[in-house]
Write a new protein. Structure first.
Length: 368
């Protein structure tokens, strides 16, 4: 069973230790890091570090980056990560568009493809389109797996979609397993907003924030204390379907007066100020409920008028702060990553575990 009498899973432990080393190599960049420093920062013995780095060098994941003067004895050999040694795919399945990205081990964008997608065209068509775009990016590269970001709701544990708003035919479809079989790769599946929030959390401070994504729909990714919050049924962040106007316009979910319906209606008539204010009301609700540190905005609709949305959401949050007597300003900004933020976040669902980033994805999607 690969266990000692103490119950420790040795392959898992070796994988954990390698992830610690890889993360430090990634963080060191081209400057590199010595074996002694790796031992000091990981708490591993120098012998363990030497075994791990020898294995990483043999597989081409690490290489020498020169030598560094020592305070005594011979100069230390410095090692660095080889980002091109492996890659991760990220697929963003939007309602009307598919974005596929390939990133290297350092998370840098290597290639991207964006094509039209009809999410209502049926399971087979969507899976084949995704597989074709993924294949066009992979070429002969070593790929660790594919992270897939899809509209929700869905169950990230089983990889099964539920009743996606406007697309009930997806209810119960095992999208993760279907794509894994078609791609021949491990696949991790999550909601589009969760994927984007995960990517942002891995590249930013370990704080609490809400990522609000307004594109063809509206949702939120929530990170609290540096950890992505999915909920036990992946239901956290169904932000767009809060009712804030009784008797308001009909929403695709079947209710009326949802934030999503109000925002999209305002955008359709060209009233960005109204859309931003509706979005701000929802953001203010999240700030009051979760005491988050900042609000990040993304999605095609936001990036088409970023200043207007940032200004409108910020104004509502400032009004709320004045009413409550809270002098602390809540920062509002467009999320970094641009138009590929969701797809890149999906790729990081694959890269995160490689570098031991388990906490951010504490309830993470399994790669199967």
């Amino acid at each position: 069973m690969n266990r000692t009498d103490s119950g420790v899973n040795l392959p898992a432990l070796r994988s954990h230790n390698a992830a610690l080393v890889l993360d430090l190599l990634r963080a060191a960049g081209d400057a590199g890091i010595s074996r002694l420093e790796l031992a000091e920062r990981t708490g591993l013995t120098p012998q363990a570090v030497s075994k791990i780095t020898a294995r990483l060098r043999a597989e081409g994941t690490a290489t020498e980056a020169g030598r560094r003067a020592s305070t005594g004895g011979k100069p230390r050999t410095v090692l660095k990560l080889v980002p091109s040694a492996a890659h991760a795919l990220g697929l963003h399945l939007d309602r009307d568009e598919l974005t596929a990205v390939l990133v290297d081990l350092a998370g840098a964008l290597v290639a991207v493809r964006t094509v039209p997608l009809d999410f209502g065209a049926g399971h087979d068509t969507v899976v084949e389109t995704a597989a074709a775009q993924a294949g066009a990016l992979i070429g002969g590269r070593r790929v660790l797996g594919a992270g897939v970001a899809s509209p929700g709701p869905l169950d990230h544990h089983t990889g099964v979609l539920h009743r996606v708003t406007g697309f009930p035919q997806w209810n119960g479809f095992p999208l993760r397993d279907a794509l894994a079989a078609r791609l021949g790769l491990p696949v991790a599946l999550d909601k589009d907003t969760n994927a984007a929030a995960l990517g942002l959390a891995l590249r930013g401070p370990a704080d609490s924030f809400a990522y609000l994504h307004l594109g063809s729909g509206l949702g939120a990714g929530l990170v609290l204390g540096g950890a992505l919050v999915r909920g036990s049924r992946t239901g956290a962040g169904e932000f767009g379907h809060q009712t804030i106007l009784l008797g308001g316009p009909a929403c695709g979910c079947g209710a009326r007066g949802c934030i999503e319906a109000l925002c999209l209606s305002a955008v359709a008539r060209g009233d960005i100020a109204a859309a931003a204010r509706f979005l701000g009301v929802g953001a203010a609700n999240l700030v009051a409920l979760l005491d988050i540190d900042r609000v990040l905005l993304g999605g095609r609709t936001v990036t088409s008028a970023p200043d207007g949305f940032v200004r409108g959401v910020r104004a509502v949050l400032e009004e709320r702060a004045r009413r409550s007597g809270d002098a602390r300003p809540i920062p509002v900004a467009v999320a970094p990553g641009g138009p590929h933020a969701v797809a890149e976040g999906a790729a990081r669902m694959i890269l995160g575990p490689v570098f031991g980033h388990g906490r951010v994805g504490a309830a993470g999607a399994e790669a199967r």
